[in-house]
Ligand binder design. Sequence first.
Ligand code: AMP
Ligand code: ZN
Length: 483
Amino acid sequence: MPIQLYDTMSRTTRTLSPGAPEKPFGMYCCGPTVYGPAHIGNFRTFLLQDVLRRTLEVDGISVRHVRNITDVDDKTIRRSQEEGKTLADFTAAWTKKFHDDCAALNMLPPQVEPSAVEHIPLQIAMIEKLVARGNAYVAPDGSVYFKVSSDPEYGKLARLDRDALRTQATNSAGDANAADEYTRDNVSDFALWKARKPEDGPNFWQSPWGEGRPGWHIECSAMSTHYLGETFDLHGGGVDLCFPHHENEIAQAECSCGHHGTFARHWFHSAHLMVDGAKMSKSLGNLYTLADLENKGFSPMAVRYALISGHYRSQLNFTIKSLEDATAALEKIEKGARKLLEKAGITPEEFSQEISVHEKNTAWGAFEPAWLALCEDLNIPGAIGKIFSAFGELNKAELSKADAGTQLCGLAKILSALGLKLFTAKKDEAASDVPAEIAALGEQRWSAKQAKNWAEADRLRNELAALGWKSLDRKDGYTLEKI
Ligand code: AMP
Ligand code: ZN
């Protein structure tokens, strides 16, 4: 069955296939801004992209996955300065942390992971084309802005009202917007190149318009088309990126090459993760990183399961209870798998869930409905439900050793598409080595520290020490260890 996916541009569900059959399926995803640890909302989006890529690959489609690293913007510059580090050292450390988390969550590394800083000339070249074509203008301070009114198709992804835009969008630098973000109510010319400011410190580059640095949106247009071609198959990101970021990416890419409708063939946006029914934010104290959840004793695989288990087009409400449920669900899948393994005479250690190319053509067996759910607009919750139904059916069936082996192939394929690894219990045991009482004290102490309640944090540190435990604090979380 061909893979169907909702496309934000056409607002329809369409079949996914490579536009150029001789080339791999080109997929560009907006990557992290590396100024701190990625939170679980970011990871929901990256994990859904990972499941999409895996699904295509299990279907036999080869994928070229490009995901950028935003390593220069207002936030990375400001935070690196606050910490007295060079921008390069600062972003390298957070990029490494991001990669470690991705690996723990069993995400496939993209084939190309271009960094904005390493592609400044490419971005300058695209801006030069836009200036030459009359789609951009240079402001008196040496900043360059995209002229929204010069693009007759601007607003097509977010479906902005073009008539309103014509009167609103400016062609003078006076109303142009130097900030990277704005809302659809105040659409404005946006920065392609930002002239050097004192607060940028040593973080500036030479350009035809003087010293400065690129605006945020240009890196994705320049790097996606550089690595995937003027037209590529799919572009993805969280729903917040739809406007203005993706709208601006389209405008930059299509105006710089001179023809419209050439950029991404399909737009994949995933709905946001909410926490306890609210938007995640530091001030609400509901912003979790992977480290936070591991410190609570949950395995990265349970985190993966919880973050992918809602439909990508609906907001997902994350709770600690959902992680407990995820842990139980994974155990249930392991139980079902174990029964099949016993019948097939294979040990859990021998059962590889990452399938190899030759296994892609094997039968789905009882797991076919799960696969079909995945093919229908990436219905992950549907697929998971069908995995449980398959185990129910297989439990009742009389299976020969060969039958069990065939069913295991189907199971391995669906697990590979979802990126779920079974029997990673060693990690779980290590995580749950921390007794619940100690974990609770550790959590209270961390919360006190976050709230700058130093006296309470010290008191809890002493209490932990009296019980023989210490907390190793990092910037993004902590680990509890026996003294
Ligand atoms: P950033 O590092 O802020 O550029 O974001 C990286 C990715 O995470 C982008 O695709 C965002 O759209 C996505 N994202 C940010 N917040 C959330 C959230 N709460 N839920 C899901 N995705 C998110
Ligand atoms: Zn982007």
